[in-house]
Design a protein around this ligand. Structure first.
Ligand SMILES: Cc1ncc(C[n+]2csc(CCOP(=O)(O)OP(=O)(O)O)c2C)c(N)n1
Ligand code: SF4
Ligand SMILES: [Mg+2]
Length: 402
């Protein structure tokens, strides 16, 4: 056999159909840089007052956002024309419905709302909202959301992420957005699994979880998302569940009202790859004994008021409010401004002896990242005048490379 055997695959130059293999000819003008209409390409000047979150003026007819203001906006105004492609029965539907129902109550014009997501089933969310949005890069929604809020502070930014998106590939980015306190809302869909990629274990999956990537059971210690964000100095952290839309709406509304990063973890059932993961806390038969819905300034009670939680040293313990030994005054009164209490509460996590907490764990008012960046830019301009990029590039040491 010769070195260049024409029968040997890959050795013969293929004969291309006529015209192929030639450099394609572009339609006239296609390779030219497009000419922008006059005025475009310039940095937009923000109107006075921009940087504040826009709200409708009091008493103004509320919607539809971007419309003629004649009728009140409804959920339908915030629903896009895209077919929703989640599995039937997925908990994501309940979250979408709750967000769409909340939107008209916020009084924010639809054209000022942006939903930014990463990658995952949950991250398909922006397609279904009739607002601006971006289905972005796996784990990188925090970076894009930070950039948008900082450069366009007048926008109302929502970040959508999953447990895999935010805690695996995006684990680095999530902690920095928390400490920076960018003024936006984060909804973390926690289904304790990678849904989109067909059911691998995630950083919130429990030890022993059998999946295709952990055939003998996961040996990884899981993350506790609320404890994690508190450790990254979150200024607002809350937990809710897909099966309680009323509570979910309340948590999301509070996160929205908060000026800073409003982080809301939502327990979300993935009925295909991790069905019933949270049923202990979400289903009627066990919810009242296994979940506690706590509120700021109120004593911690559950099981229809028959049980409470008291602080014994640094530990929470259950007390029976029916046997005469304990009363409501023995229960801990929750204070959402205490980072210490929030830490204790966050650590009540999948415990046999204590109910799982749902509510606002922590709230601390401090300046947001975006407001500080913009204030700093403003003050430097006032002191030194507007700079130019050319001057900046030629400032200090420069070299000519020959
Ligand atoms: C850079 C990169 N790595 C990995 C993937 C594969 N991938 C897509 S979604 C996903 C995990 C999503 O899990 P989660 O955030 O929990 O979303 P869910 O589908 O459960 O809502 C992975 C690993 C990818 N798309 N891009
Ligand atoms: S795989 Fe799970 S999370 Fe993804 S759409 Fe289906 S049920 Fe929902
Ligand atoms: Mg997931």
């Amino acid at each position: 056999m010769s070195e260049k055997d024409p029968k040997k695959p890959g050795t013969k130059k293929p004969t291309l159909p006529p015209g192929m293999g030639k450099k394609p000819t572009l339609p006239p003008g296609a390779a030219k840089k497009p000419t922008l209409p006059p005025g475009m390409g310039k940095k937009p000047t923000l109107p006075p007052g921009a940087g504040k979150r826009p709200t409708m003026p009091p008493g103004a007819p509320a919607g539809p956002p971007g419309g003629d203001g004649a009728s009140v906006p409804t959920r339908a105004d915030f629903s896009s024309d895209q077919d929703v492609r989640w599995c039937p029965g997925c908990g994501d539907y309940a979250i979408l419905a709750t967000v769409q129902r909340l939107m008209p109550e916020l009084g924010v014009p639809r054209e000022n709302m942006v939903f930014i997501s990463g990658i995952g089933c949950s991250s398909r969310f922006p397609y279904y909202m009739n607002t601006y949005g971006m289905h972005s890069i796996h784990g990188r929604a925090p970076t894009i959301a930070t950039g948008i809020k900082t450069s366009r502070p007048e926008l109302d930014v929502w970040m959508i992420t999953g447990d895999g998106d935010s805690l695996s590939i995006g684990g680095n980015h999530i902690i920095h957005i928390m400490r920076r306190n960018v003024d936006l809302q984060i909804i973390m869909f926690n289904n304790q699994i990678y849904g989109l990629t067909k059911g691998q274990y995630s950083p919130t999956s429990e030890v022993g979880k059998v999946t295709k990537s952990t055939p003998f059971g996961s040996i990884d210690h899981p993350f506790n998302p609320i404890a994690l964000v508190l450790g990254a100095d979150a200024s607002f952290a809350a937990r809710t569940m897909d099966r309680d839309p009323k509570h979910m709406k309340d948590m999301l509304k509070q996160a929205h009202e908060f000026r800073g990063t409003g982080f809301v973890e939502v327990y979300q059932n993935c009925n295909i790859f991790n069905d019933e993961a949270f049923f202990d806390f979400t289903e009627k038969a066990t919810k009242s004994e296994r979940a506690i819905f706590f509120e700021n300034g109120k004593p911690l009670t559950y099981a229809g008021g028959t049980k409470g939680l008291r602080l014994n040293g640094f530990r929470l313990e259950t007390i029976n409010l029916e046997n005469g030994n304990w009363g409501i005054d023995d229960c801990l009164v929750y204070d959402e401004t205490s980072r210490e209490l929030a830490t204790i509460m966050a650590r009540v996590y999948w415990r046999e002896d204590l109910p799982q907490p749902f509510g606002v764990f922590f709230r601390e008012n401090r300046p947001s990242y975006d407001s500080q960046v913009n204030a700093q830019i403003q003050s430097v301009i006032e002191r030194r005048g507007k700079g130019s990029l050319e001057d900046l590039l030629n400032e200090g040491d420069t070299w000519e490379v020959s």
